[in-house]
Structures are given as structure tokens and as C-alpha cells.
Design a protein around this ligand. Structure first.
Ligand SMILES: Nc1ncnc2c1ncn2[C@@H]1O[C@H](COP(=O)(O)OP(=O)(O)OP(=O)(O)O)[C@@H](O)[C@H]1O
Length: 593
């Protein structure tokens, strides 16, 4: 199991590395071409951004003039005029911002159209309509992320330009205080950009893989428990949790540098301005200019830098991943097929001297006040036996299989499977329970069939199992073992065939079929049951819903509430009135005559 995951992990990395080079090289070139083709939109965007920058300029310059020429000189009217000018600038800037959004839309929507066209063309060409909805969703993510990136990077450039121009206009020494830490912070951020993007990408992929895994595992919990695959599933999912944790830790380490760059570039200038205040004031910088400089840093530069760092750090890498996927270089996290239930030790029950299972004085009730469903039951089944469990509805047949499988614990008595006490760690691998509702997941047929096996299943073995159980015609219809299957497009009987073949391929010597063939036609059911009965060393327990099932089995257990009868078909026909009744009700009326 572990070895297989590692192999896939390496393969996954190789594929990604191989895809990286062309995709990484091609994306900037294509991006540049895309932008060059939209020069007019870019010009419009620049023009509105300049108008927006006027606001940034006035945010520090206006209050500075209001203080220096107005309020500090006792001329409140002048101060108010400057504040009004600043307010007007904010209004104009807001108008500019609104126009900027329109220009960004004109830049981003063609990207969306272009991507949709490519995705649909590819989908039509490859006939992979199933992946189209996922891809178009990724197109929307790409569109939104690209729009966000354009906004934050543009905003930073113009805000920084407006604020630096304002600082220079107010007093050049202010630029000397604010400029160097800003440059150092930016340089640090630029240096971390690439490694951070890689780690963000790794985290995204790990996160999606885990989400995909949980999306598959959670709906199948009942069957996972039924098939005793908890440990195997926990190991597979646990590995994905671990890899996401590792990715998150790596991201957090680099995230510290990101925080440092924000602190140096955006917050240190505030401290420096305050610390250098007396010196600045004694060297000709006015109080208004100092307040204006603080306004530039706190109101413009710091928020713009924070947005840039967050936006480029997160959205940039997300855009890279999505574009790469849309370019067909990365297909995203595939459902890991090896999260399936686990292997049984092939030798655990094969040839062992122990009975296939034994029940000693077993009593079980669903609640302390409920009447027992199974009472004082003793039953021992030798390895290789074929048992049919029959009885009226509600007699406790499913309860019995659940007890043997270890899904329920008896109130009294003991159960052993292959000599191991139930419940116990060895039991999960020694039996496979196939419930009526077959669990089939989106993936290839092979992935579905190999679900209970620890490693890859050879093609010949798959074919042989499919032939034996009666899956071969369906496998052919579906397009072979490598074909992807859509569980919703399968009939209940087809899903049962897949689940049966999967159980057949498992190493568990004891197979418990709880109405697992109820949607199959009698011929297919017979073939499947005979295949299980013929497994070398395999023991078969069938909760039967047809007389034919009971007749095929060497032994029959008749359950009727608290009383049971056990024997061969012939013996029970003689000794059990209930069995005779059941057989009578199973045989269609004309045939009885
Ligand atoms: N989870 C549960 N909680 C309480 N009672 C239950 C539960 N599951 C089953 N029972 C009760 O236990 C009894 C035996 O149920 P069980 O499903 O084992 O019968 P069955 O013989 O398999 O029936 P059927 O042939 O209809 O599937 C029934 O009376 C049922 O109502």
C-alpha cells in the first residue's frame, strides 16, 4: 500500500516537473501577447488609474497644506479649503476607481472568452464532456483571480507613485526616510515570491487531493466499515492529511518572510518618521508635511503593500495552477485509487485449521429494552463451506452478517472469524461484507475493482475475476478496465457486479453477501455465487432471497426471530415447516403445480 502511494507520488511529481517547463515558459509569453493585443484597454486603464492617483497624492498633500497654511497659522478658512480640495480629490478618485473597474472588465472578459473557447474546443475534440464543467469552473476562477491581480498590482504601482510624488513635493528628506525601507521590503517580497508561489501551489494541490479523497471516502463510510477497510482508508487519507500539513508548514515558514517584508516596507517607515520627527522638524520639514507623510504611509502605502503581498502571494500562484490546468498541462488531483479497503493476509484463513467462523451462545439486541434479534445462537462453519441464510423479513439475517463481520458486538457470547476473536484487528482482513447497496465511485473500472487490494492487480487477474463473476460483458461495454465509470450511469445490478468482483479479488477468505445479488437476474446471480463458492479456501455466506440460492448452498440457516434451524436443503425440507413455507413462497405459483 505505502509503496504504491510513494510510486504514484513520484510519478505525480515527475509529471508535474515535466509539465512545468513548457507551461512555465509559455505562460508569460502568452500573457504578454494577450496584453499587447489589448493596448487600447491598457491605455484606458492607465488613464483612469492616473485620475485615481490624484486622490492618493492629495491624501497627504491636502492635510499638509491645510495645517501649514491654514490651521497652524490661524487661518481656518484656508485650512478648510485645502480639506475641501482633498475631499473633492477623493470624489474624483472614486470616479476614477469606478472607471478602472470597467476597464479591468474589458481586459479580463476577453481572457475568460479565450479560455472558455479553448476549453470547449478541447472538450469537443477529445470527447471528454465530463471534464468540461470542472474546467469551465476553473475558467471562472482564472477570470476572477486575474481581475484581482490586475487590481492589486495596478493599485500598488499607482498608489506608490502618487504617495512618493507627494512625499517629494512636501519635502525631499521625507522620501529619504520612507523610500529605503519600502525598497528593502519590496526586494524581500520579490525574493520570496517564487518560492512562496511554489509552496502555495503545492499546498493547493495537496488541499484539493485531500478534499477529493474525503469527497470519495465520506459517502462510502458505510461500505468501508462493512468491508473492514477502516485501517486502510485511514492510512490513505492520513497520508493526504500529512502531506497537506507538510505543505502548510512550508508555506507558513515562507509566510513569515512575507510578513517581514510588509513590516519593513509598510510599518517601519511609520516608526522611522516618528523617530526622525524632531530631526526633520529642525531641518526645515514642516509639521504639516510630517503629518502628510504619515498619512501617505498609513493610508496609502501600507494598505496597497498589504494588498499586493496578499494578492500576489495567494492569487498569483492560484492563477498559475488554474492556467496550467486549463492549458492541459496539469489534470489536477486524481482520485487516489489506492485509498481502498485493505488487504487480507492471504494466509490468514487459507488452510488454517480454524473454522471459517464460529458463534458460541451469541445473543444480540439493538437496545437494552429491545427483544433479542439473535438469541443464544451456536453455529460453526468450516472453511470452504457455502451457507445460505434465509428467513422472513426482519428475522435478523443482516444482523447476523453484521455480527460476524464485527460491525455489531454481541450482548452475550463470543464470535471468532478464522480463529480470531471478533471484534479484533485481524478480522477486518479476514472477511469481506458486500451489502445490498453496492459502493461504486467515479474512477476507472480498475480502480473500483482493485479497491480492496493492497497493490496493483495484474490485468490477467482482473480479467479472470471479471470472467468468473460475470462482469466481463459489462467491462467490455464500459470500454475496458481503464475506462472511467460514472456510478450514476450504472444500473443497480451493474453496480452490484462491480462490488462483487471487487470482493472476489480481495484476499478475505470469508465473503458475506448480504442480499448483494438482489438486483441481478437469476443466471448472473448463480454465476457470481458459484464463483465465490469456488474460490480456493474461500467460505461463502449468502443472505438468500431466492430458493435457487439456498439450493446451491451446502448448508442453510433458517432464522425466525429467536429460533433457528440448520441443515442441508433436503434435511430442512423435512424438518423445518418454516423452511418449507419459505420455499413454497419463493416458487412462482405455476411452477408449484
Ligand atoms: N439499527 C437498528 N436498530 C434497531 N433495530 C434494528 C436495527 N436494524 C435492524 N433492526 C431490527 O432488527 C430486526 C432484524 O433486522 P434485520 O435487518 O437483521 O432483518 P433481516 O432478516 O435482514 O430483514 P430483511 O430480510 O427485511 O432485510 C428487525 O426487527 C429490525 O427492525
Amino acid at each position: 500500500m505505502t509503496a504504491r502511494i510513494r510510486t504514484r507520488g513520484r510519478r505525480g511529481q515527475d509529471a508535474e516537473t515535466a509539465a512545468d517547463a513548457p507551461a512555465g515558459a509559455a505562460l508569460p509569453t502568452r500573457g504578454l501577447r494577450f496584453l499587447l493585443a489589448r493596448r487600447r484597454v491598457l491605455l484606458r486603464l492607465t488613464a483612469w488609474s492616473v485620475l485615481e492617483t490624484g486622490q492618493t497624492f492629495l491624501i497627504g498633500y491636502g492635510p499638509a497644506r491645510a495645517l501649514d497654511e491654514g490651521f497652524l497659522r490661524g487661518r481656518a478658512d484656508v485650512g478648510l479649503v485645502w480639506l475641501a480640495v482633498t475631499g473633492l480629490g477623493v470624489l474624483l478618485g472614486a470616479y476614477g476607481t469606478a472607471r478602472v473597474y470597467a476597464a479591468v472588465a474589458a481586459l479580463v472578459e476577453p481572457l475568460r472568452d479565450l479560455l472558455v473557447e479553448r476549453v470547449v474546443t478541447r472538450g469537443v475534440r477529445t470527447g471528454d464532456a465530463g471534464s468540461l464543467s470542472g474546467l469551465t469552473q476553473q475558467v471562472e476562477i482564472a477570470r476572477d483571480t486575474f481581475a484581482g491581480l490586475v487590481m492589486v498590482s495596478r493599485s500598488f504601482v499607482f498608489t506608490a507613485a502618487g504617495a512618493l510624488a507627494g512625499l517629494f513635493t512636501l519635502a525631499p528628506p521625507l522620501l529619504l526616510i520612507v523610500g529605503p525601507p519600502l525598497i528593502v521590503g519590496m526586494a524581500l517580497f520579490a525574493a520570496t515570491l517564487r518560492p512562496l508561489a511554489r509552496r502555495q501551489e503545492t499546498f493547493l494541490v495537496a488541499d484539493e487531493a485531500l478534499a477529493g479523497d474525503l469527497g470519495t471516502v465520506c459517502p462510502g463510510l458505510r461500505d468501508i466499515t462493512a468491508t473492514g477497510a477502516e485501517a486502510q482508508i485511514a492510512a490513505g487519507t492520513g497520508e493526504r492529511v500529512e502531506s497537506e500539513l507538510r505543505a502548510a508548514r512550508a508555506l507558513a515558514h515562507w509566510g513569515v518572510l512575507r510578513v517581514a517584508s510588509l513590516t519593513i516596507g509598510g510599518q517601519l517607515p511609520i516608526v522611522l518618521l516618528l523617530a526622525a520627527g524632531p530631526w526633520l522638524l529642525s531641518h526645515g520639514v514642516t509639521a504639516g508635511a510630517l503629518v502628510g507623510a504619515l498619512a501617505y504611509v498609513t493610508q496609502s502605502l501600507l494598505p496597497a503593500l498589504r494588498n499586493l503581498i496578499h494578492g500576489l502571494g495567494t492569487s498569483g500562484s492560484r492563477l498559475t495552477v488554474v492556467l496550467r490546468r486549463l492549458a492541459g498541462k496539469d489534470t489536477g488531483p486524481a482520485r487516489p485509487p489506492d485509498t481502498g479497503p485493505g488487504p487480507a493476509d492471504a494466509t490468514a484463513g487459507h488452510g488454517a485449521p480454524h473454522p471459517a467462523f464460529s458463534l458460541a451462545s451469541v445473543t444480540f439486541a439493538y437496545g437494552p429494552a429491545s427483544a433479542p434479534v439473535v438469541q443464544d445462537l451456536d453455529l460453526t462453519l468450516p472453511p470452504g463451506a457455502h451457507l445460505a441464510v434465509v428467513g422472513p423479513s426482519g428475522a435478523g439475517k443482516s444482523t447476523l452478517t453484521a455480527l460476524v463481520a464485527g460491525l455489531l458486538a454481541p450482548s452475550h457470547g463470543t464470535i471468532r472469524v478464522g480463529g480470531h476473536p471478533v471484534p479484533g484487528p485481524e478480522v477486518a482482513a479476514a472477511r469481506v461484507l458486500i451489502p445490498q447497496e453496492a459502493y461504486v465511485f467515479s474512477g476507472t473500472l480498475t480502480e473500483n475493482l482493485a479497491y480492496l487490494r493492497p497493490g496493483p492487480v495484474p490485468g490477467e487477474e482482473l480479467l479472470a475475476a471479471a470472467e468468473a463473476v460475470g462482469l466481463a460483458p459489462l467491462a467490455e461495454r464500459l470500454g475496458g478496465f481503464d475506462a472511467r465509470i460514472d456510478p450514476a450511469a450504472l444500473s443497480a445490478g451493474e453496480r452490484q457486479l462491480i462490488a462483487l468482483t471487487r470482493a472476489y479479488l480481495s484476499y478475505a477468505p470469508l465473503a458475506l453477501l448480504d442480499e448483494a445479488t438482489c438486483h441481478l437476474d437469476p443466471g448472473t446471480e448463480e454465476r457470481a455465487e458459484r464463483a465465490f463458492a469456488a474460490r480456493p479456501g474461500g467460505t461463502l455466506v449468502v443472505v438468500a432471497h431466492r430458493i435457487s440460492s439456498a439450493r446451491r448452498a451446502g448448508r442453510v440457516l433458517v432464522m425466525d426471530g429467536r429460533s433457528t434451524a440448520y441443515g442441508s436443503h433436503e434435511e430442512l425440507m423435512r424438518s423445518s415447516g418454516l423452511y418449507r413455507d419459505l420455499v413454497g413462497s419463493w416458487i412462482p405459483a405455476p411452477a408449484r403445480r
